[in-house]
Design a protein around this ligand. Structure first.
Ligand code: EPZ
Length: 419
């Protein structure tokens, strides 16, 4: 089992290139199945989740080959419609095969993903959406089985108890490309990863209006062809490096970032007292002077992202005064708090609120990562903790951050991966 060791106290300086977005690549890969010819997806991050999705595509009969951040997907052999438990249990985004299989094979059997460390993760909105398009859905033996010989467009309201759903929007979007007539998705997710998937499908020949807005209008049954496409930069990786610069009072320039996708994170960091300069040369983040506490309210895009909640908490744990972080998307996404407290942080949880009393110093400790973003947050805390922080269960990290220890080390961090 590998671990990451971080010795705190180094000030990060220099330039870092941000990889392509994991959460955009995953739906784009699935959408590539709908083409009649191969696609070449560029700027693909080299991550375990991408490899798992490639396995899902292969299980469905397609070819997927990742080489040098370029992913060739040939959908010609796509003739199966079952995504097994072994793959779905390791990565919930495998559920996107529901929409793709329904669109192309008129049938789909996908293992129910179940809950995880951050929350219950229901898929009721995914099922509601495809049922409204005409699919007959049954749940048996832990699998969702959907059949639809004739998908027909309709208006689908996808609002859930915590706002829109990225995953449900993707599934309904994929299925609706094969539906007769017009599908309107109301309360669609506006997250950049959905917009990127819309742009990819449009490049393939789909007729979709409203990408990036909460109302998507899809004219189904267009012939889709494979295309060459470059995915957007990873806004969560970028946000994580912004916090790394801020927490170490460093001076880091991020290359290959889309500033629009980071406005809520930038705004919050500026409020705390971090200097963020946006220019054509890059995104320069500097930590100078003293910081102020802040209240962070997680919201669906364009609000402050849940996937940056743990990282900003690591920063606030070291800022004098009282900050309050409120998580509204995932009911169990505070697991990192207990580990940060073991490093000397003073954080109390009251239901969906974390009350963070900034402490003068954190101290290194052995800690356990509970999910992907919690792992990143513990590394961030380790960057300023006195002594060594040893992060265990880093397989979470390898699902979503490409070579994070190498990138941080190039900026001056004392960090290494150990067996
Ligand atoms: C995506 O998950 C991301 N994953 C998550 O990132 C991210 O935290 C989340 O969106 C929110 O931004 C990928 O893109 C692979 P949702 P997803 O459906 O699609 C509720 C990371 O660290 N809901 O938008 O699964 C749900 O419980 C990961 O990279 C329903 O009620 O999230 C949640 O409260 C972690 N019914 C809210 O909606 C449903 O049918 C948003 O979930 C579906 C969701």
């Amino acid at each position: 089992m590998q671990k990451i060791s971080v010795k705190g106290g180094k000030i990060l300086k220099g330039e870092v290139s941000i990889s392509g977005s994991k959460n955009a690549t995953l739906p784009v890969m699935t959408a590539a199945l709908l083409g009649e010819s191969p696609s070449l997806i560029k700027n693909v991050p080299y991550l375990n989740d991408i490899k798992t999705m490639a396995e899902v595509l292969k299980t469905l009969g397609a070819k997927a080959q990742l080489e040098d951040h370029r992913l060739h997907i040939d959908p010609k052999g796509f003739n199966k419609w079952e995504a097994p438990y072994e793959l779905v249990k390791t990565m919930r985004a495998s559920i996107y095969s529901l929409g793709a299989c329904l669109a192309k094979m008129e049938e789909a059997k996908v293992s129910l993903p179940g809950g995880c460390a951050i929350g219950a993760r229901p898929i009721d909105l995914h099922l509601k959406g495809v049922e409204q398009l005409g699919a007959k859905v049954t749940i048996e033996h832990g699998y969702v089985h959907a059949k639809a010989e004739n998908l027909v467009g309709t208006t689908i309201q996808l609002a859930g108890p915590h706002g829109p759903s990225l995953g449900a929007t993707i599934n309904v979007l994929l299925a609706s490309t094969a539906a007769k007539g017009t599908t309107i998705i109301e309360s669609a997710s506006t997250e950049p990863e959905v917009e990127d998937t819309v742009n990819f499908l449009k490049a393939m020949g789909a007729s979709i209006e409203g990408g990036g807005t909460s109302r998507l209008v899809i004219e189904g049954r267009k012939k889709l062809k494979g295309v060459e496409y470059s995915v957007i930069p990873d806004r969560v990786e970028a946000g994580t490096f912004m916090v790394a610069a801020a927490i170490t009072k460093g001076d880091v320039t991020l290359k290959g970032v889309n500033a629009n996708h980071l406005s809520a994170v930038t705004d919050k960091l500026r409020q705390i007292g971090v200097t963020v300069d946006v220019s054509p040369e890059g995104f320069r983040v500097r930590g100078e002077g003293s910081y102020k506490p802040a209240d962070v309210w997680v919201l669906p895009y364009p609000g402050f992202p849940t996937d940056m909640q743990a990282q900003i908490m690591a920063l606030l744990a070291t800022v004098p005064g009282i900050s309050v972080v409120t998580e509204t998307i995932w009911e169990n996404r505070f697991m990192h708090v207990f580990e940060m407290n073991r490093m000397g942080a003073d954080i109390n949880i009251d239901r969906s609120h974390a009350v963070v009393k900034g402490v003068p110093k954190l101290t290194g400790a052995p800690v356990m990562a509970s999910d992907l973003r919690a792992s990143a947050a513990l590394i961030l805390a380790g960057l300023v903790a006195e002594g060594e922080t040893m992060i265990q269960r880093i397989y979470h990290l390898d699902r979503g951050y490409e070579k994070i220890e190498k990138k941080l080390s190039a900026l001056g961090a004392d960090i290494k991966r150990m067996d």
